[in-house]
Design a protein around this ligand. Sequence first.
Ligand code: ZN
Length: 124
Amino acid sequence: MLEVRGRAETIVTLCCDRCLQHYNHPLRSDSNELIWLSEAEVECPEVLELDPEAPCETLDPRGSFDPARWLFEQLHLQLPLRNDCGLDCPGPDLPKERPEPTASEAAEPCGDPRWAALRLLQLP
Ligand SMILES: [Zn+2]
């Protein structure tokens, strides 16, 4: 069995899902994993009795272990599911409000007759 421990900290630049602006997000990982050295796949424990300490990954004894890749994967697991730049997020960039109708447009009773019923609902 191979026991791997790793601690890493970094800052990644993410794109906010709401406002699409980039922001910095700290990532921290303090991981500890047991890896079976076996040619056969080891059966992972059932979900109900999942023990985070139980070795689940396997590595071919004649293969090699790439610590940089392992650490990258551990950090990757810490990425947020939803990118949110924080409380100051301005939110999505909504289209600008329609400009006020000009005097001539407002005076015209008109428009598409199919919208007449909706016009009656407008506040005076
Ligand atoms: Zn945002």
